[in-house]
Design a protein around this ligand. Sequence first.
Ligand code: SAM
Length: 286
Amino acid sequence: MYLADRWKDYEVIDASGGEKLERWGKYVLIRPDPQVIWNTPRKDPGWKHPNAHYHRSSRGGGEWEFFDLPEEWSIRYDELSFRLKPFSFKHTGLFPEQSVNWDWSAERIRNAGRSVKLLNLFAYTGGATVSAAAAGAHVTHVDASKGMVQWAKENAAASGIPEDRCRWLVDDCVRFVEREIRRENTYDAVILDPPSYGRGPKGEVWKIEEAVFPLLQLINKILSREPLFVLINSYTTGLQPAVLSYMLGTAFAGRPGKRVEADEVGLPVSVSGLTLPCGASGRIEF
Ligand SMILES: C[S@@+](CC[C@H](N)C(=O)[O-])C[C@H]1O[C@@H](n2cnc3c(N)ncnc32)[C@H](O)[C@@H]1O
């Protein structure tokens, strides 16, 4: 498993009964997690006294119940700084399990020994962007949501990323890659973390099962002469590690010497010593 086990400011304290108990800096949150289908005794005192609790509703959504939580605060990962803010759909503005992918990408960027142009698609609040830029890459960050792109810019500034290191774009990811093919603009590395369902800024519909493989085929056309890697992450049930491996192996079939690997992504759970599964990632190196 790809284990995100280097956090100091974040921890999954416990997980039981469809929820996880997490520490984000000095604040403790309870959030739903559909993977937690076991029901172990809730012994940690944090379960009784969280700073906020996101309750699922039977209608599908849910809402936050706040006890003692600032409107926003920040946590660090090494030299990186991320602003957190509880908002819709139980989000906080960061997927901490992605740190294992940030580390993997950063290592490859640092070891490249040359300037690296990286494209981050469905880039959200910029965890992967900021980490890659801190490792020295020039990053093109694409997301459909203006608010998310603004948030990512703030994370980059707070992390001390030089302004000329990132290009920020509010765009539909498929449309953007199609345009880059026409412009013959290429990238040494691509990261993508697509949702199951989403919409581009002009209402373009993204359905992962239909669109992800064609997008990987398009990405194959914008890789530079000597590409480094493509990394895909997914929380979508059904896109298991083997599926991600086959997709990467097939979409980039014509490239000699490629190495594909994929695995589940997980976070350690402090109380039980178990690992909380958080989706899967596939990685291809050239
Ligand atoms: C949060 S990430 C996905 C993380 C995780 N895989 C999940 O499912 O929650 C999804 C991001 O993709 C963006 N997005 C969704 N559809 C998009 C599209 N068609 N083009 C560009 N960005 C899109 C959203 O704005 C959001 O920031």
